[in-house]
Design a protein around this ligand. Structure first.
Ligand code: ATP
Length: 601
């Protein structure tokens, strides 16, 4: 019943990350701090690259997305409006014996025999402690183990050398009420808010509570109007942000996969509601089938936009070396979906720790979620801030005036129903049914004036989870046998050149030949402004290649005597050795930068 050990491959990855400086435990010299990780020299390079690749793909390479860089601490009102203060919680329970904390929804169901005790009796004083306790054991285990745990439990309450009261057994199946590690009863699950709190200003009072943002998305909604007014964008368009997020996760685990401080890359892509698309274009285009739907079209509704963003994000992952077969997809079921969400597709990666089903298939764990969130977020901020969050669309106003009255009525009615549903679901104490109906009516009437609240598609990815996926995906072991028959296992990190922390290593053949060293340094200096270069002159060339393989450097450039003109026809040429197949090419130094850039961009 013990929690399965993180598998062997994961252990190797964690140890490589520390040994080569990809990821370190935060505050390690003080014993670490659970759920916090630091990126070492190689990890920091990957992190920068991943964020820049995402930023370029999402903003610079597109006309319809702009960026934002907001603060981590924002008005606490934002988290009231977003629902995080009231509902951003996980169910949590504690082991009654060890106090270890679990996320109730992550406990594997177990079966066996439960030993119940109603309390303990002190035989010397005759006093009783009426505190029930229970232990789950596999059916074939003797009851002594349960009694031993019960004695320990009452011992933690200061009741030693007691008699256990009213022992009774019960067969149970698929229960999640017991500690999977020792069988002791858990407390009832209770909600635990995941936001980390702090105080702003010198006085630590309730009015000064602020939160470290649990996601980057809300700043985008809060700044929607400012961005709209200053960027010359028009719906459909998106706002992208990369930055830190904090969650006081109950059980941080699986290395960096679930951390308490992490980074997100989020896009909020604002689209018109389907009623608006229909009013302007006559109908809403429906997805023709699975796969990428092609260039965005003005008559797309939320379904096509959602499909488009899922496929765009998969293309992004493929472009940095995560092939489709390493990924998985999970379409959230109606029970899993938030009440305002229309659809959410999670893109999964098959991590070494991902669970296998009975047939041995691995679904994977979430790398990114792409949610169709309706107009919930902007509507919430409109209500909580009292500031209008809608947009005005001239095309809609003109098209609306040309619609037949019955068409107008049908569209207005659909929009009205949707607004009514939202307003009723999120009603606050001062909202009467009449005021809700009036507001829904006003919103629906706005269509005729060209006004509406945009809907949003949200691709939300984690930087740290992606880096872990890239590291796990790159990890390869190569077995080599030397002349004496001795085998050696070498690690080669086969990063896609776009995300490799170091793109090229420049190696003089010998370090005691000043001409070779000077030439190699000159080549390094020429490449340096354009890409991450390592320079290494220590040890045999084979050892140096191996070192670079372990760091994942895709190209090694060796400067030898031919570079200096020993064979005149090879003057100013170098050998480039490719990491994945060991192939070597002779290239002129003059064309080296261009050759490298063509392979890493
Ligand atoms: P999970 O169900 O795994 O807790 P989530 O559905 O709550 O994740 P979102 O709120 O959708 O996650 O956050 C978007 C992305 O942020 C996730 O897909 C993930 O990549 C990243 N993320 C969320 N929580 C963490 C965490 N604790 N550590 C690292 N990355 C995280």
């Amino acid at each position: 019943m013990a929690e399965p050990k993180v598998n062997e491959l994961m252990e190797k990855i964690v140890s490589l990350c520390k040994r080569r400086g990809f990821v370190f435990q935060s505050s390690e010299i003080y014993g670490g701090i659970n759920g916090f990780w630091d990126y070492g020299p190689l990890g920091a390079e990957i992190k920068r690259q991943v964020k820049e690749l995402w930023w370029n793909a999402m903003t610079r390479m597109r006309d319809d997305v702009v960026g934002l860089e907001a603060t981590i601490i924002m008005s606490p009102q934002i988290w009231k409006a977003s629902g995080h203060v009231d509902t951003f919680s996980d169910p949590m329970c504690d082991c009654l014996l060890t106090r270890k904390r679990f996320r109730a929804d992550q406990i594997e169901p177990q079966s066996g025999t439960v030993y119940h005790f109603s309390g303990a009796l002190n035989p010397r004083s005759g006093e009783t402690l009426a505190e029930p306790f229970a232990v789950l054991l596999p059916t074939d285990k003797p009851p002594e183990k349960a009694r031993k745990l019960a004695y320990e439990f009452y011992g933690t309450r200061g009741w030693h050398s007691v008699e256990l009261l009213d022992e009774r057994t019960e067969s149970v199946e698929n229960t999640t009420r017991f500690n999977p590690e020792n069988g002791a009863l858990l407390t009832e699950p209770r909600p635990f808010n995941l936001m980390l709190q702090t105080y702003v200003g010198p006085i630590q009072s309730d009015e000064n509570i602020a939160y470290l943002r649990p996601e980057t998305a809300q700043a985008i909604f809060a700044q929607f109007k400012n961005v709209l007014e200053t960027s010359r964008q028009k719906v459909p368009f998106g706002i992208a942000q990369v930055g830190k997020a904090f969650r006081n996760e109950v059980t941080p685990r699986n290395f960096t996969f679930r951390s308490r401080e992490f980074e997100q890359m989020e896009l909020e892509f604002f689209i018109p509601p389907d009623e608006v698309v229909e009013a302007i274009h006559g109908s809403v285009a429906e997805p023709a089938g699975p796969g990428h739907p092609g260039e965005p079209q003005p008559n797309w509704g939320w379904r096509l936009w959602h499909q488009y963003w899922v496929e765009e994000r998969v293309r992004f992952y493929e472009g940095i070396g995560l092939s489709r077969d390493t990924l998985g997809f999970h379409a959230q079921t109606p029970e899993e979906l938030a009440h305002y969400a229309r659809a959410t597709t999670d893109i999964l990666f098959k991590f070494p720790f991902s669970k296998r089903d009975a047939e041995g298939r691995v679904a994977g764990d979430e790398l990114e979620g792409i949610a169709a969130r309706s107009d919930f977020d902007l509507s919430q901020h409109e209500r909580f801030s009292g500031k209008p969050m809608g947009v005005f669309d001239e095309e809609l106003r003109t098209a609306w005036a040309r619609l037949a009255p019955e068409r107008q009525a049908a569209l207005r009615d659909r929009y009205h129903q949707a607004r009514l549903k939202y307003l009723t679901r999120t009603a606050r104490s001062g909202d009467s049914p009449e005021s809700i109906a009036r507001k829904a009516q006003t919103d629906a009437d706005g269509l005729a004036r060209g006004q509406y609240i945009p809907h949003v598609i949200e691709p939300s990815a984690g930087v740290d989870r992606l880096i872990l996926a890239l590291i796990a995906n790159a990890y390869h072991e190569e077995v080599s046998t030397d002349d004496k028959g001795k085998t050696e296992i070498r690690v080669v990190m086969r990063f896609h050149p776009r995300v490799a922390p170091v793109k090229v290593a420049v190696l003089p053949l010998l370090k005691n030949k000043p001409e070779l060293v000077a030439k190699a340094r000159a080549i390094r200096d020429r490449l340096r402004p354009h890409l991450a270069v390592a320079y290494d002159e220590a040890g045999s060339i084979g050892r140096r290649y191996a070192r670079q393989d372990e760091a994942g450097t895709p190209f090694c450039v060796t400067v030898d005597f031919d570079t200096l003109g020993e064979q005149p026809e090879l003057l100013d040429t170098v050998t480039v050795r490719l990491r994945d197949d060991g192939r070597q090419e002779r290239l002129p130094v003059a064309g080296l930068l261009e050759w490298l850039l063509a392979r890493i961009r």
